[in-house]
Design a protein around this ligand. Sequence first.
Ligand SMILES: C[C@](O)(CO)[C@H](O)COP(=O)(O)OP(=O)(O)OC[C@H]1O[C@@H](n2ccc(N)nc2=O)[C@H](O)[C@@H]1O
Ligand SMILES: Nc1ncnc2c1ncn2[C@@H]1O[C@H](COP(=O)(O)OP(=O)(O)OP(=O)(O)O)[C@@H](O)[C@H]1O
Length: 320
Amino acid sequence: MHANQPQAVEINTPAKLNLFLELLDRRADGFHKLETVMVAINRFDRIRVALSDSADVRVECGWLPHQAAVVERYRGSQAVAALPRSQDNLVTRALEQFRQRFSIADGFRASIAKTIPAGAGMGGASSDAAGALRAAAQLCQIDQHDQRLLQLAGELGSDIPFFFGSPQGAMSAAIATGRGERIDPVSIGGKLHFVVVHPPESVSTAEVYRRCQVPSRPSSAAAMLAALVGGRGTQIASQLLNRLSEPARATSEWIDRVLSAIARTPVLGYQVTGSGSACFGVCPNAAVASRIAHNLQAAGIGSAFAAHSVCIASPTRDMG
Ligand SMILES: C[C@](O)(CO)[C@H](O)COP(=O)(O)OP(=O)(O)OC[C@H]1O[C@@H](n2ccc(N)nc2=O)[C@H](O)[C@@H]1O
Ligand SMILES: Nc1ncnc2c1ncn2[C@@H]1O[C@H](COP(=O)(O)OP(=O)(O)OP(=O)(O)O)[C@@H](O)[C@H]1O
């Protein structure tokens, strides 16, 4: 280790919402070619990664108190997905692969404080893995936008490259193609406001993709991209699309319950995010989003919160 090398790095890893998701083809490897527009939102996990003299990877992962209370309330129903043991955590795989790929002799210790619901279509595990890779890169003085790192991220999970942000500067939204791993930043005309509801049942992404159907004439994301540049909530809301919403609704009955509850509120439009089970509504401003979240929380259909778009942040150094 060099004298001025940081010993540990921390990063807030945001959740994402899919504003648009269209399936283009089913590939020979079983994955789907798609076009999706994602936006990062201010619901964060916090990950700390430190170098270790012992040449292995250990990861601790727990809910922060607020989310722990939500998980506890629904224990016994099929509930919010359980957090994986260290060896099954995507962060463990990411850091192990990082050590191999970059021939790092040191080990890593990571701790994750989670608030992003698991199995919700909000990209929690992917965001944690991206944060871990970016933190490890900083600890080992490797450029965060090194092509080998992005390649590794894409191999580990389709959603992970989005959470690297853009080498060109602050990024909060992007269009993802390929199986989701090819990222092009998208400009948005202003902060976007949402209400997000996560029902007390998680869904498996693989299961939803197993049930999906590729349309014969896929829709284009062009109108959504134009609406985002304009930054007007009503236009963005009118272009929401998620081709996984049908198979997600068929996988969990909770999704229809949540969508009907959101439909009765003054949101500008609503949709399922990713493969579900969380759903969101587009709101005209922060005050309306908070009021709707408060009312939906009282409706007993899960956990509701207001959110807004954020830029994907850089890791911060900790020399201690
Ligand atoms: C639903 C989304 O969250 C939308 O952003 C992503 O497409 C899913 O991304 P992810 O959770 O990172 O998914 P991965 O870990 O790469 O894949 C999980 C499973 O989903 C299916 N999968 C995923 C991505 C894709 N383009 N086609 C697929 O068919 C595959 O069966 C795969 O085994
Ligand atoms: N760090 C992690 N945080 C949460 N879940 C994890 C993590 N690592 C592995 N997992 C496993 O991954 C599964 C789903 O992860 P995640 O919460 O990211 O799904 P998702 O919200 O559907 O994401 P996506 O939108 O990317 O499909 C969980 O069932 C969990 O057991």
